[in-house]
Write a protein that binds this ligand. Structure first.
Ligand code: TA6
Length: 278
Protein backbone atom coordinates (compact mmCIF):
# COMPACT_ATOMS: atom_id res chain seq x y z
CA UNK A 1 0.00 0.00 0.00
CA UNK A 2 1.38 3.40 -0.99
CA UNK A 3 -0.69 6.42 0.05
CA UNK A 4 0.10 10.06 -0.77
CA UNK A 5 -1.21 12.25 2.06
CA UNK A 6 -1.24 15.88 3.15
CA UNK A 7 -1.36 17.14 6.73
CA UNK A 8 -3.84 19.94 7.52
CA UNK A 9 -1.12 22.54 6.80
CA UNK A 10 -0.40 21.00 3.38
CA UNK A 11 2.79 19.17 4.46
CA UNK A 12 3.03 16.23 2.03
CA UNK A 13 3.89 12.68 3.13
CA UNK A 14 3.87 9.21 1.64
CA UNK A 15 2.75 6.27 3.75
CA UNK A 16 3.97 2.80 2.86
CA UNK A 17 2.83 -0.49 4.29
CA UNK A 18 3.56 -4.04 3.20
CA UNK A 19 3.47 -7.40 4.97
CA UNK A 20 6.90 -6.91 6.60
CA UNK A 21 7.07 -3.22 7.57
CA UNK A 22 5.66 0.30 7.36
CA UNK A 23 7.26 3.69 6.79
CA UNK A 24 6.29 7.32 6.34
CA UNK A 25 8.32 9.73 4.23
CA UNK A 26 7.92 13.49 3.96
CA UNK A 27 8.34 15.00 0.50
CA UNK A 28 10.19 17.83 2.22
CA UNK A 29 13.73 16.54 2.62
CA UNK A 30 12.84 13.01 1.36
CA UNK A 31 12.75 12.57 5.10
CA UNK A 32 11.87 9.08 6.41
CA UNK A 33 10.38 9.83 9.82
CA UNK A 34 8.79 6.50 10.64
CA UNK A 35 9.94 2.94 10.05
CA UNK A 36 8.66 -0.05 11.92
CA UNK A 37 8.84 -3.76 11.21
CA UNK A 38 5.61 -5.74 11.53
CA UNK A 39 4.99 -6.65 15.17
CA UNK A 40 7.95 -4.60 16.49
CA UNK A 41 8.49 -1.17 18.04
CA UNK A 42 9.60 1.70 15.71
CA UNK A 43 13.32 1.63 14.85
CA UNK A 44 13.51 5.38 14.19
CA UNK A 45 13.15 8.00 16.88
CA UNK A 46 10.87 10.96 16.23
CA UNK A 47 10.60 13.94 18.57
CA UNK A 48 7.16 14.31 20.12
CA UNK A 49 7.50 18.04 19.55
CA UNK A 50 8.92 18.00 16.01
CA UNK A 51 7.76 20.54 13.47
CA UNK A 52 6.08 19.33 10.31
CA UNK A 53 6.25 22.63 8.56
CA UNK A 54 7.63 24.01 5.30
CA UNK A 55 11.24 25.11 5.71
CA UNK A 56 11.82 23.49 9.13
CA UNK A 57 13.74 20.22 9.46
CA UNK A 58 11.86 17.35 11.09
CA UNK A 59 13.54 16.41 14.40
CA UNK A 60 14.07 12.66 14.20
CA UNK A 61 13.87 9.98 11.51
CA UNK A 62 16.54 10.26 8.83
CA UNK A 63 17.39 13.83 7.77
CA UNK A 64 19.38 13.99 4.52
CA UNK A 65 22.32 16.33 5.21
CA UNK A 66 23.56 17.53 1.81
CA UNK A 67 25.59 19.09 0.05
CA UNK A 68 27.49 19.81 3.22
CA UNK A 69 27.57 18.14 6.60
CA UNK A 70 27.75 20.39 9.67
CA UNK A 71 28.43 24.08 9.42
CA UNK A 72 29.23 25.87 6.19
CA UNK A 73 32.11 28.36 6.21
CA UNK A 74 29.46 30.89 5.27
CA UNK A 75 27.55 31.07 8.55
CA UNK A 76 24.49 32.54 6.86
CA UNK A 77 23.91 29.16 5.18
CA UNK A 78 21.98 26.41 6.99
CA UNK A 79 23.74 23.77 9.09
CA UNK A 80 23.73 20.36 7.31
CA UNK A 81 22.88 21.88 3.92
CA UNK A 82 19.57 22.62 2.25
CA UNK A 83 18.36 19.17 1.09
CA UNK A 84 16.56 18.40 4.36
CA UNK A 85 14.32 21.45 4.10
CA UNK A 86 13.85 21.50 0.30
CA UNK A 87 10.77 20.08 -1.36
CA UNK A 88 11.72 16.95 -3.30
CA UNK A 89 9.88 15.53 -6.27
CA UNK A 90 8.22 12.13 -6.26
CA UNK A 91 9.75 10.03 -9.08
CA UNK A 92 8.24 6.56 -8.74
CA UNK A 93 7.22 3.83 -6.34
CA UNK A 94 6.64 0.13 -6.74
CA UNK A 95 5.61 -2.94 -4.85
CA UNK A 96 8.48 -5.31 -5.59
CA UNK A 97 6.68 -8.16 -3.83
CA UNK A 98 4.25 -8.36 -0.91
CA UNK A 99 7.11 -7.78 1.56
CA UNK A 100 9.05 -5.10 -0.30
CA UNK A 101 8.18 -1.60 -1.49
CA UNK A 102 10.49 0.90 -3.10
CA UNK A 103 10.15 4.61 -3.66
CA UNK A 104 12.39 7.16 -5.35
CA UNK A 105 12.43 10.91 -4.76
CA UNK A 106 14.66 13.51 -6.33
CA UNK A 107 15.90 17.05 -5.89
CA UNK A 108 17.45 19.12 -8.65
CA UNK A 109 19.07 22.53 -8.64
CA UNK A 110 16.80 25.57 -8.72
CA UNK A 111 17.26 29.34 -8.56
CA UNK A 112 17.01 28.99 -4.79
CA UNK A 113 19.67 26.24 -4.44
CA UNK A 114 22.01 27.99 -6.89
CA UNK A 115 22.02 31.02 -4.58
CA UNK A 116 23.32 28.83 -1.72
CA UNK A 117 25.50 26.44 -3.74
CA UNK A 118 26.42 27.43 -7.29
CA UNK A 119 26.33 23.98 -8.96
CA UNK A 120 23.80 22.11 -11.07
CA UNK A 121 22.99 18.69 -9.69
CA UNK A 122 20.53 15.87 -9.40
CA UNK A 123 20.14 14.18 -6.02
CA UNK A 124 18.11 10.98 -5.90
CA UNK A 125 17.09 8.95 -2.88
CA UNK A 126 15.85 5.41 -3.48
CA UNK A 127 14.28 3.93 -0.35
CA UNK A 128 13.44 0.24 -0.05
CA UNK A 129 11.14 -0.84 2.76
CA UNK A 130 11.02 -4.45 3.89
CA UNK A 131 12.32 -6.11 7.05
CA UNK A 132 15.36 -4.01 6.13
CA UNK A 133 15.37 -0.30 5.46
CA UNK A 134 17.72 0.50 2.58
CA UNK A 135 18.65 3.90 1.23
CA UNK A 136 20.67 4.85 -1.83
CA UNK A 137 21.53 8.52 -2.04
CA UNK A 138 22.92 9.26 -5.50
CA UNK A 139 24.50 12.61 -6.33
CA UNK A 140 25.00 13.40 -10.02
CA UNK A 141 26.99 16.38 -11.20
CA UNK A 142 25.07 18.19 -13.98
CA UNK A 143 27.48 21.12 -13.94
CA UNK A 144 30.44 21.94 -16.15
CA UNK A 145 32.77 22.00 -13.15
CA UNK A 146 33.64 19.39 -10.56
CA UNK A 147 32.12 19.89 -7.14
CA UNK A 148 32.84 18.62 -3.62
CA UNK A 149 30.22 17.33 -1.24
CA UNK A 150 30.04 16.16 2.34
CA UNK A 151 26.81 14.49 3.44
CA UNK A 152 25.03 12.21 5.89
CA UNK A 153 21.95 10.09 6.36
CA UNK A 154 21.57 11.41 9.91
CA UNK A 155 19.65 8.47 11.41
CA UNK A 156 17.97 8.93 14.79
CA UNK A 157 17.53 5.49 16.38
CA UNK A 158 14.94 4.95 19.10
CA UNK A 159 16.49 3.32 22.17
CA UNK A 160 15.00 1.96 25.40
CA UNK A 161 17.30 4.20 27.49
CA UNK A 162 20.61 5.77 26.43
CA UNK A 163 22.34 4.27 29.51
CA UNK A 164 21.39 0.78 28.33
CA UNK A 165 22.89 0.84 24.82
CA UNK A 166 26.24 -0.21 23.42
CA UNK A 167 27.62 0.37 19.93
CA UNK A 168 29.96 -2.26 18.52
CA UNK A 169 32.01 -2.05 15.33
CA UNK A 170 34.02 1.12 15.94
CA UNK A 171 36.72 -0.23 18.27
CA UNK A 172 40.21 1.11 17.33
CA UNK A 173 38.79 3.52 14.75
CA UNK A 174 40.21 7.04 14.69
CA UNK A 175 37.69 9.78 15.30
CA UNK A 176 37.42 13.53 15.38
CA UNK A 177 35.81 14.67 18.60
CA UNK A 178 33.48 17.49 17.51
CA UNK A 179 33.28 18.73 21.12
CA UNK A 180 37.04 19.35 21.48
CA UNK A 181 38.15 19.18 17.78
CA UNK A 182 40.83 16.70 18.84
CA UNK A 183 41.74 13.50 17.00
CA UNK A 184 41.28 10.42 19.17
CA UNK A 185 41.13 6.65 18.80
CA UNK A 186 38.18 4.60 20.04
CA UNK A 187 39.01 2.08 22.75
CA UNK A 188 36.45 -0.73 22.96
CA UNK A 189 32.70 -0.45 22.43
CA UNK A 190 30.83 2.82 22.87
CA UNK A 191 28.48 3.46 25.78
CA UNK A 192 27.04 6.77 26.96
CA UNK A 193 27.31 8.78 30.17
CA UNK A 194 27.91 12.25 28.69
CA UNK A 195 27.47 14.27 25.49
CA UNK A 196 29.00 12.53 22.46
CA UNK A 197 29.54 14.10 19.03
CA UNK A 198 32.20 12.21 17.05
CA UNK A 199 33.11 11.64 13.44
CA UNK A 200 34.59 8.14 13.14
CA UNK A 201 36.88 7.52 10.20
CA UNK A 202 38.11 4.51 8.22
CA UNK A 203 34.89 2.65 8.97
CA UNK A 204 34.29 -0.30 6.68
CA UNK A 205 32.39 -2.96 8.61
CA UNK A 206 29.00 -3.38 10.15
CA UNK A 207 27.91 -1.28 13.12
CA UNK A 208 25.79 -2.98 15.74
CA UNK A 209 23.50 -1.16 18.16
CA UNK A 210 22.84 -3.37 21.15
CA UNK A 211 19.84 -2.31 23.19
CA UNK A 212 18.15 -3.99 26.13
CA UNK A 213 15.60 -5.87 24.05
CA UNK A 214 16.89 -5.73 20.49
CA UNK A 215 19.93 -5.55 18.23
CA UNK A 216 19.96 -3.28 15.16
CA UNK A 217 22.61 -3.47 12.43
CA UNK A 218 23.79 -0.71 10.11
CA UNK A 219 25.95 -1.22 7.03
CA UNK A 220 27.17 1.58 4.81
CA UNK A 221 28.72 1.63 1.34
CA UNK A 222 30.31 4.53 -0.51
CA UNK A 223 31.20 5.95 2.90
CA UNK A 224 34.04 5.54 5.38
CA UNK A 225 32.82 7.99 8.06
CA UNK A 226 30.19 7.49 10.72
CA UNK A 227 28.95 10.15 13.12
CA UNK A 228 27.77 9.19 16.59
CA UNK A 229 25.77 11.81 18.46
CA UNK A 230 23.84 12.14 21.68
CA UNK A 231 23.30 15.68 23.04
CA UNK A 232 23.00 14.56 26.68
CA UNK A 233 21.28 16.69 29.34
CA UNK A 234 22.51 20.25 28.91
CA UNK A 235 22.60 20.44 25.11
CA UNK A 236 19.29 18.63 24.81
CA UNK A 237 17.59 21.34 26.87
CA UNK A 238 18.85 23.90 24.31
CA UNK A 239 18.01 21.92 21.14
CA UNK A 240 15.10 23.03 18.99
CA UNK A 241 12.10 20.70 18.73
CA UNK A 242 13.36 18.35 21.45
CA UNK A 243 12.00 17.87 24.95
CA UNK A 244 14.69 18.21 27.67
CA UNK A 245 14.55 14.46 28.41
CA UNK A 246 14.61 13.42 24.73
CA UNK A 247 18.32 12.49 24.90
CA UNK A 248 17.34 9.46 26.99
CA UNK A 249 15.43 7.75 24.19
CA UNK A 250 17.46 8.58 21.05
CA UNK A 251 20.87 8.13 19.54
CA UNK A 252 22.18 9.17 16.14
CA UNK A 253 24.43 6.89 14.11
CA UNK A 254 24.96 8.69 10.83
CA UNK A 255 26.10 7.16 7.54
CA UNK A 256 28.36 9.89 6.24
CA UNK A 257 30.91 11.30 3.88
CA UNK A 258 32.14 13.85 6.41
CA UNK A 259 35.33 15.85 6.92
CA UNK A 260 38.25 13.95 5.25
CA UNK A 261 35.77 11.57 3.67
CA UNK A 262 34.47 14.31 1.31
CA UNK A 263 33.69 13.34 -2.29
CA UNK A 264 34.76 15.19 -5.42
CA UNK A 265 32.32 14.55 -8.25
CA UNK A 266 33.27 15.38 -11.82
CA UNK A 267 30.80 16.62 -14.47
CA UNK A 268 28.37 13.87 -15.54
CA UNK A 269 29.65 11.56 -12.82
CA UNK A 270 27.84 10.27 -9.75
CA UNK A 271 28.53 9.11 -6.23
CA UNK A 272 26.16 6.85 -4.28
CA UNK A 273 26.01 6.58 -0.50
CA UNK A 274 24.17 3.42 0.59
CA UNK A 275 22.93 2.60 4.08
CA UNK A 276 21.01 -0.46 5.21
CA UNK A 277 19.38 -0.86 8.61
CA UNK A 278 18.45 -4.43 9.56
O1 TA6 B 1 25.56 15.08 13.55
C1 TA6 B 1 25.73 15.63 14.78
C2 TA6 B 1 25.31 17.07 14.73
O2 TA6 B 1 26.05 17.75 13.76
C3 TA6 B 1 25.47 17.66 16.13
O3 TA6 B 1 26.57 18.51 16.27
C4 TA6 B 1 24.14 18.28 16.42
O4 TA6 B 1 24.04 19.54 16.80
C5 TA6 B 1 23.23 17.66 15.42
O5 TA6 B 1 23.95 17.19 14.35
C6 TA6 B 1 21.86 18.19 15.13
O6 TA6 B 1 21.93 19.27 14.26
P1 TA6 B 1 20.66 20.09 13.84
O7 TA6 B 1 21.14 21.07 12.80
O8 TA6 B 1 19.67 19.10 13.28
O9 TA6 B 1 20.14 20.75 15.08
Amino acid sequence: MIVHKKLANGFACIEIKNSSAEATIALQGAHIFHYKREGEEPILWLSEVSDFEAGKAIRGGIPVCWPWFGFNEDKTLPQHGFARTALWEFVCSGEVDEKTTSITLKLTHSDETLKMWCYKFELELKITISDRLSMELKTTNLDRESFTITQALHTYFAVSHISDVTIKGLDRKPYLDALTWKNEVQKGDISFNQEVDRVYQEVDGEIVLIDKNRIVHLKNEGSSSVVVWNPWIEKCSRMSAMKPTAYESMLCIESANAFDDFKVIKPNESHTLRATIY
